[in-house]
Design a protein around this ligand. Sequence first.
Ligand code: SF4
Length: 229
Amino acid sequence: MNTALRHEYLAALGLEAWVMRNQPAASTVASTVAPLPPSTAREAGVDWPELRARVAACTRCALSATRTQTVFGVGNQQASWLIVGEAPGAEEDRQGEPFVGRAGQLLNAMLRAIGLPREQVFIANVLKCRPPGNRDPAAGEAAECLPYLEQQIALLKPKIMLAVGRIAAQNLLRTDVTLGRLRQQVHRFGSSQVPLVVTYHPAYLLRTPGDKRKAWEDLKFARGVCANV
Ligand code: SF4
């Protein structure tokens, strides 16, 4: 990406003066490993169309009764980057696509700032259906839905996962550690041991623009991790 274009994207983030430097290598940072739940095998061996069909028809948890539609995920099925959020919101539930609206636009700008158009990544959520009122996912809902994400990972074989937001990070890593303490580390997800980096949710950054600089540091960190995979 040329310098002018990168500055344009950084301006969208409110970070126009920021300069890339000192990207850490994956081997120099702490690592935690999230265990794979026993339900993982349930979706093993299915291809993209079959998996999409299973999600669309899923009634494993009560969210199936209140959703407009499932939100499977979107993007490049050869992507190196898998972006994982918490769950669909109202607009995502309407459109059937993750990260749309203002938060989605900010996510797109964040990705473009590190040279990744939205079309080059795959974007999904821990939950494929919207919790009513945008409440946090219940533990049982996440447990029922995670095997779908795990099979998406098995099909995609990403080089890196970026968990956006506390809820996504805590569900993926099976921890209640704060987002602030999960950032700037390389975690590992599931049996595939995919490197996983944590950052803020763009909806949070819209409410708390002072933390955009930290998010930018996280993206540079993740890019450095990906380059060393
Ligand atoms: S949230 Fe997941 S497990 Fe629950 S009904 Fe939707 S697709 Fe099925």
